[in-house]
Design a protein around this ligand. Structure first.
Ligand code: ADP
Ligand code: MG
Length: 738
């Protein structure tokens, strides 16, 4: 059955070579009961380990059933052990947290047997070793002799042709030792049993051969009884471990050591809480800052329900387009000229009292959009009349209402004057000192042209030279100027030529991101302080320097363009992503106004979101390593367990899956407990204000994601840990433990 020819084994450690075995020649047959003796350190265990395939040999050859093994890999030996070898150790090597039954059952579970097949077999064998009374007792509560009987039962249930026992009675009193040997003898029938012992007397009467070792050599090999040569070798039968068995072991391991369960649970709970708090805090911060202190460089109105849209082909919006947008279920209303939303206009009025000017400023809206009822006055009746929404506490409303309603305002920027406020509605927010100003559609048109002009680049070409316009040259419409002509500031004239510019051509080009427009005009005249009023009909020369006045129609041809950019206000902010997608489907480019927000500290919302993701990933990484090390420490006490599994024939994959399942169950429980706690907090049963606030910002998606992260983390941890166990040979790991 087994034959060793000139087998030698050396140990290399720290640069020193020691001899474990020297030129061992030995033949062992089925039916033999071999006793190996020798003083401590003589190489007995080494020999058994080589025979068991638990340790390698360097020289010579070992034959199993006549087959060479010197080329065997770790995997080949694994298979060999599963088929041929059952080990019994001096220190039992049982799983202390399992019951007698579970210990014996373990091999069969690993070998893919079904529960049905297992039960009878296991109970039978427990009966044979006389432990039926203790079948449900945890092994840790048994005496040494009983433990060794469990170990024998485990070896028996594996049903291999070879049983290898290394000083099985070494830790037992003589009475128990006798029992154990007696049982071994019974088992030995038709098998090959190899027993190492100090105490030859115990075993002498059964042994068929006695081998004595000294200094790694066999010094005596004495056959006592001849054995029947024709006993057939029956390999142990095993199958691939079933999924059910893996789960059975995984679940058993989750709960069988309570302290370990609690510690692992706490680690996973800690991971969940840390990710949850970190992520939630960021979300909370994002939300708080958007409520209190956000502003944007580009847009005044960065409310969550505003989406800024333009067409992806850069053309202007048609009525058709607006109709389609209005038809979207989440559309509240559209602001076609959305430039107005982000523009504050100032209205001023001189007063009788020269010491101060009346002044109001705010967003302009079309009178058509005015909703609700006025608190003071009436609705406008002509283009010069406006109504406002304003704070009750604004000084103009609170103290100077009469004067306010009887004064004519001017919008200085655009030379619109004679504006009268005829109605006031109080705003809901007393502290908002901006007005909302509702004007006629004609005034809207004028203002819109003006806003357009401020959004455009202006190029002026005179006699094929482009004039440096910088910022201060403005175009304005003027009723006194004839079509096709301009009246320009004499300061501009002297800038562009040192001769007379009258009747010369001037080409004006305006452009922005959406369109470009050019017009050729004749210079009709130049103005100075003395002729300003006569030429333009305006009075304030000082406020109208560096202006090119042109006929309204010409002006309009440059600036009165349809809308290229609009804003959609939506009803339900929570559905904004869907609405964005629907807008995209209509061929539009939508942008959330809130994405342009910048908070107090200058961090834009997008940067805050990216930061959240990055910090969360870092936190997850750090948590992974922290928890890996903690879990490694917790599981270190379990290394014996996994080594035992290996010695019993579990593969790397088996061990990993069983550990996977254990960590998966434990992390799932931790996650479930977190969910329950969150529920209790949200239901106000546990009062934790901060946690409650955080949970407002965590949705189903985040919970699912968090669970996935946890599951992936637990798998990575089990993978790393299994790899570590399997880095060394089974025997080396085992020796480290003992
Ligand atoms: P026995 O079981 O007969 O007491 P062992 O087989 O355990 O003896 O050891 C035989 C020799 O090999 C001893 O000299 C021992 O020191 C040495 N040895 C055993 N295991 C190792 C090891 N892992 N590394 C180095 N030397 C070892
Ligand atoms: Mg030994």
């Amino acid at each position: 059955m087994l034959e060793l020819k000139n087998v030698s084994k050396y140990y290399y450690s720290k640069g020193i070579i020691t001899t474990g075995l020297t030129k061992i020649n030995l033949e062992m047959k089925m039916g033999e009961f071999i006793a190996i003796t020798g003083e401590s350190g003589s190489g007995k265990s080494t020999l058994l380990n080589v025979i068991s395939g638990l340790d390698s040999y360097e020289d010579g050859e070992m034959y199993i059933n006549g087959k060479e093994t010197s080329h065997y890999t770790e995997k080949d030996f694994e298979e060999y052990r599963r088929k041929y070898i059952a080990n019994i150790f001096q220190n039992f090597n049982l799983i202390n947290s399992y019951t007698v039954y579970q210990n014996v059952e373990l091999v069969l579970l690993l070998n893919g047997y079904k529960k049905r097949q297992i039960k009878k077999k296991v109970l039978d064998i427990i009966e044979q070793v006389g432990l039926t009374k203790f079948k449900n007792t945890k092994v840790s509560k048994l005496s040494g002799g009983q433990k060794q009987r469990v170990a024998i039962a485990r070896a028996m249930v594996k049903d291999t042709p070879i049983i290898v026992a290394d000083e099985p009675t070494g830790n037992l009193d003589s009475e128990s030792a006798k029992d154990v040997i007696e049982i071994l003898r019974k088992v030995a029938k038709d098998k090959l049993v190899i027993v190492v012992t100090h105490n030859l007397e115990q075993i002498e009467e059964y042994a068929t051969r006695i081998i004595k070792m000294h200094d790694g050599r066999i010094v005596e090999n004495q056959e006592i009884k001849k054995v029947d040569n024709n006993i057939k070798v029956e390999e142990s039968k095993y199958f691939k471990i079933t999924l059910i068995n893996k789960y059975r072991l995984g679940i058993r391991n989750t709960f069988n050591i309570f302290s370990k369960f609690v510690l692992l649970f706490l680690v996973f709970f800690f991971i969940v809480s840390a990710i949850f708090l970190e992520y939630g805090s960021f979300k909370l911060y994002e939300n708080l800052s958007s409520k209190t202190s956000l502003y944007s460089m580009m847009f005044d109105d960065i409310s969550e329900n505003r989406i800024i849209i333009k067409k992806s082909d850069k053309t202007y919006f048609t009525e058709e387009d607006y109709k389609k947008i209005k038809n979207l279920s989440n559309t509240d209303y559209i602001v076609e000229n959305d430039l107005f939303i982000d523009r504050i206009f100032s209205f001023e009025a001189d007063t009788d009292d020269y010491s101060y000017m009346m002044y109001m400023s705010g967003n302009i809206n079309s009178i058509d959009n005015f909703e609700g009822a006025l608190d003071i006055g009436r609705m406008p009746e002509n283009d010069n009349e406006i109504v406002v929404i304003a704070s009750k506490k604004h000084s103009l409303i609170e103290n100077k209402l009469d004067e306010f309603l009887n004064t004519e305002f001017t919008i200085g920027e655009v030379n619109i004057s004679n504006i009268k406020v005829v109605g006031v509605k109080y705003s809901e927010n007393d502290n908002d000192y901006n007005f909302k100003i509702y004007v006629s559609n004609n005034m809207i048109e004028t203002l819109r042209g003006y806003i357009n002009s401020t959004m455009c680049d202006l190029k002026i070409i005179f006699e094929e030279n482009q004039i440096n316009t910088d910022m201060y040259i403005r175009l304005l419409p003027n009723k006194e100027v004839e079509k096709g002509k301009v009246i320009i500031d004499s300061a501009i004239a002297s800038m562009i030529s040192n001769k007379s510019v009258k009747n010369k051509s001037l080409s004006i080009n305006v452009s922005n991101i959406y369109y470009e427009s050019t017009i050729d005009l004749k210079i009709d005249n130049t103005y100075t302080k003395s002729n300003f009023k006569k030429l333009t009909g305006l009075s304030k020369y000082d406020e109208n320097r560096y202006v090119i006045f042109m006929n309204e129609e010409d002006y309009n041809s440059l600036y009165y363009k349809p809308s290229y950019q609009s804003s959609v206000y939506i009803k339900n902010v929570e559905e904004i992503e869907t609405t964005m997608q629907e807008l995209k489907n209509l061929g539009l480019i939508p942008k959330k106004a809130s994405d342009y927000a910048i908070d107090n500290y200058g961090m834009s919302k997008q940067i805050l979101r990216i930061t959240t993701v990055i910090v969360t990933i870092i936190v997850i990484f750090v948590l992974f390593f922290i928890s890996y090390f903690i879990i490694r420490i917790i599981l270190a006490s379990r290394k014996t367990y996994y080594t035992t599994l290996r010695i019993l024939g579990a593969t790397y994959k088996n061990v990993r899956r069983i550990l996977d399942i254990e960590l998966f169950i434990n992390s799932s429980i931790a996650f479930a407990v977190s969910l329950i706690l969150i529920y209790l907090v949200r239901a106000n049963i546990i009062e934790l204000e901060y946690i409650k606030n955080i949970t407002d910002f965590i949705g189903i998606k985040e919970y699912v994601l968090m669970y996935l992260v946890l599951v992936v983390m637990s798998r990575l941890i089990s993978r790393r840990f299994s790899k570590k166990i399997f880095k060394k040979t089974a025997m080396n790991t085992y020796k480290e433990e003992v």
